[in-house]
Design a protein around this ligand. Structure first.
Ligand code: BG6
Length: 497
């Protein structure tokens, strides 16, 4: 079995992501018995660590190992840590690949990993190419003996041009089928469940179009600020950090046409088509009217003084980087003609929540004029996180005389399913890559199509004198101006408030 033997080689292994996400995910996979039979992890980084230091630092002492019970199981832990190895690449990722190749070959024969290698790049993207080139020069990318795959972290490019350049340079050393671009939102059960909700039920899909849907609203809110990532975030901003990748991935799953089947390419083909059908905002007027950006200001939240964005460590005190973005756009295809999409993402919101709200049109003819509270639309609310589940809002008759209609909820929670244990996104995605399944990874053309939509907005914000950035107090639902995006008397659904 070609999945039973493999080595995972992580570049940037002493970094935050390895400790916070990758090792805990691998550990949980180990505890669940999901790791391949002959398997090891080789961490590569510039810190001078021994295998033992790496095991202690990253694994044994990690406060990120999620399942406390499993953490307490010392057999599990020691068996797992024996699979971890470390290689110090020296001062830079530019050279010294001979000794890395030696190490990889040695471990490969010792642990019978059959020359099946996954290279995981958790380094700044500007060195992806140099790593790929060196691996290739050392013969480590040859697929004659065993398969080779590469997983790359976001950000995938900084804009359209750099994303294309990055794709071109990786394609010199790896075929597209070997490249796995990670977007951890695709690893979330509830994001995948969008496909099932739409295409495994006959009660939603017939209504999933302009005839019945009034508008679509997607909210991604975080209550935290930029935490310790001020330096990275300040050169990125909400549009690049969240919207270009996670949010547009969700949009593509909401917008896409039914795929002919559930294979990776069948689904990804439809997603690309969906992304390509987004109407790109090009002229000054539409960019100005349909994009709102904001930045959080200091505030007192429950007696705690919370810093404003410009006071955060690593952030330029005059920064104009956005921590809030809301965009209204249309999708130019048969299904979605004239249906507005409102999508927002932000930090320092009142709560952490990601949800999709499908607002249905009211019935053509209203019979019950005495409709009381239920004078609005039906809604389908897909809760991506937290309280993962699906809520349908519909009208019911209020008992008593007449036909007073009120809103009732049909509410499904994932945790009501017996024995559900939602696998963390990184666990699911790593396991898929180990098995060679790229369905939940972004393809080159998807990433580029997403940048095509985002690029003109970035340019507009950078160059236009009348593009405003609004302040909002930490802990509120963003700048007031974002309400003006919505048509008519529609308002954003602010969950929990
Ligand atoms: C990351 C962003 O990709 O996603 C972070 O870089 C953000 O800024 C994070 O906090 C949010 O992920 P989740 O899974 O907590 O919604």
């Amino acid at each position: 079995d070609r999945t039973e033997s493999q080595m995972l080689i992580i570049f940037g292994a002493s970094g935050d992501l390895t400790a916070r996400k990758l090792i805990p995910a691998l550990y949980n996979l180990h505890c669940g018995g999901h790791l391949p039979k002959n398997f090891l992890v080789l961490g590569v980084s510039r810190s001078p660590l021994s295998d033992k230091d790496f095991r202690n630092k990253v694994a044994l002492e990690s406060s990120y190992l999620e399942d406390e019970n499993q953490k307490g199981n010392s057999d599990h832990l020691s068996n797992f840590s024996e699979k971890l190895f470390y290689h110090d690449i020296g001062n830079s990722y530019e050279d010294s690949y001979e000794s890395l190749a030696e190490r990889v070959k040695g471990l490969n024969s010792e642990f019978k990993t059959a020359y099946n290698f996954i290279f995981y790049l958790s380094t700044p993207p500007n060195i992806y190419e140099v790593i790929a080139k060196n691996l290739s020069e050392q013969g480590l990318t040859q697929q004659k003996k065993g398969w080779k795959r590469m997983i790359v972290e976001k950000p995938f490019g900084y804009d359209l041009a750099s994303a294309k350049e990055l794709n071109n340079s990786l394609h010199k050393y790896f075929n597209e089928e070997q490249i796995f671009r990670i977007d951890h939102y695709l690893g979330k059960e509830t994001v995948q469940n969008l496909l099932v909700t739409r295409f495994a039920n006959s009660i939603f899909e017939p209504l999933w179009n302009r005839n019945y849907i009034q508008h679509v609203e997607i909210t991604n809110a975080e209550s935290v600020g930029v935490e310790k990532r001020g330096g990275y975030y300040d050169s990125s901003g909400a549009l690049r950090d969240m919207f270009q990748n996670h949010l547009l991935q969700i949009v593509s799953l909401v917008v896409m046409e039914p795929p002919i089947g559930a294979k990776a390419e069948e689904i990804r083909n439809e997603k690309v088509k969906a992304l390509k059908s987004l109407r790109i905002l090009t002229d000054h007027k539409s960019l100005n009217e349909n994009t709102i950006r904001g930045q959080y200001l200091s505030a007192d939240i429950n007696g705690d003084k919370v810093k404003g964005y410009r006071e955060e460590d690593g952030v330029n005190p005059d920064s104009t980087t956005e921590t809030y973005v809301a965009i209204k756009f249309f999708v130019d295809n048969w299904r979605w003609k004239d249906v507005p999409f409102y999508v927002r993402t932000a930090k320092r919101m009142p709560t952490k929540v990601t949800e999709i709200v499908i607002h249905f049109k009211p019935p053509h003819h209203r019979i019950f004029t005495d409709s009381g509270m239920f004078n609005k639309d039906n809604k389908l609310i897909i809760r991506i996180q937290p309280d993962e589940g699906i809520l349908i809002k519909f009208g019911v008759k209020v008992p008593g005389q007449g036909f007073k209609v009120e809103r009732a909820n049909l509410d499904f929670y994932y945790d009501s399913l017996a024995e559900t244990n939602l696998m963390a996104a990184y666990e699911r995605l790593l396991l898929d890559a180990m098995q060679g399944d790229a369905t939940l990874y972004a393809r080159a053309d998807e990433v580029e199509a997403a940048w095509e939509f985002v690029d003109p907005i970035l340019n507009f914000w950078k160059t236009s004198k009348d593009s405003m950035i609004y302040g909002y107090s930490a802990g509120v639902w963003g700048p007031q101006n974002a309400d003006d995006l919505l048509e008519g008397d529609n308002t954003w659904r602010n969950p929990g408030s």
